[in-house]
Design a protein around this ligand. Structure first.
Ligand code: CTP
Ligand code: MG
Length: 235
């Protein structure tokens, strides 16, 4: 089964602070998006990468892909994204040609995911899971609260889920293509990950071990960590 990767990269990166769209910001001198594209193309199973670009930035992303060395065995398609991550992923799925039965969805904001994690996700889909997420145990205890009405107000704690049963999920998430397309056609409402949409179809999602280096660059401190991880790799 051939595998395609959809990379939503259309976000603005508000939490990272002012500047270019997050996916286009430099990490070790190279745009974060290029790292994410290379991470997907590094898997021998991935023969197509669809990049969902910032709405006004598709031409810029196309020239970035042309300017950087990428594996010859991989095809690249660029489409403009939408207002929400969910919409951007759907626009990426719409651009998939026939012939790819497995689809990965990977955040441009996770530039440093190791290829072994990518391959483990693909392998679990090949073995029959309709949806697969890389996941890690949590370091912090998590509390459910009654959210405050005004910022800074104390929030009553409602529950403490057993930490050993919780996981933080990463990307790439892997899917049977048909299942993911159906989920994006039928599930509405606020969702922060694609596997969550498949859960809403009533299907079983499985978790495989994630990787520390697959963390998401969200805030300025994450960029400091990403630079350090990259520098260590280049030693
Ligand atoms: N994304 C997207 N289209 C959107 C919003 C987000 O393709 N309309 C992508 C981002 O580019 C990112 C991934 O979804 O690769 C995860 O989103 P997040 O980390 O929240 O990135 P941003 O939305 O850019 O950041 P912020 O929420 O801080 O603005
Ligand atoms: Mg966002």
């Amino acid at each position: 089964a051939r595998t395609a990767a959809v990379i939503p990269a259309a976000g603005r990166g508000v939490r990272l602070g002012p500047g270019a769209p997050k996916a286009l910001r430099a990490l070790g001198g190279t745009p974060m998006l290029i790292h994410a594209v290379r991470a997907m193309a590094a898997s021998r199973a991935v023969s197509l990468v669809v990049v969902v670009a910032p709405p006004e930035g598709a031409a810029e992303v196309r020239s970035l892909l042309d300017a950087h060395a990428l594996p010859e065995r991989t095809d690249f398609v660029v489409v403009p994204g939408g207002q929400s991550r969910q919409e951007s992923v759907r626009l990426g799925l719409d651009a998939l040609p026939p012939g790819h039965d497995i689809v990965l969805v990977h955040d441009a904001a996770r530039p440093l995911v190791p290829v072994d994690t990518v391959d483990a996700v693909i392998e679990a889909v090949r073995e029959g899971a309709p949806a697969v997420v890389p996941a890690l145990p949590l370091a912090d205890t998590v509390k459910q609260v009654e959210p405050a009405r005004a910022p800074g107000e104390p929030e009553p704690v409602v529950a403490t889920p057993e930490r050993a049963r919780l996981r933080a999920v990463q990307t790439p998430q892997g899917f049977d293509r048909e299942t993911l397309v159906r989920a994006h056609r039928t599930v509405t409402g606020d969702v922060t990950d694609d596997a969550g949409m498949v859960e809403q179809l009533g299907l079983t999602v499985v978790a495989v071990p994630g990787h520390e280096e697959a963390f998401k660059v969200t805030r300025p401190l994450d960029l400091v960590l990403a630079e350090a991880v990259l520098a260590r790799r280049r030693l």
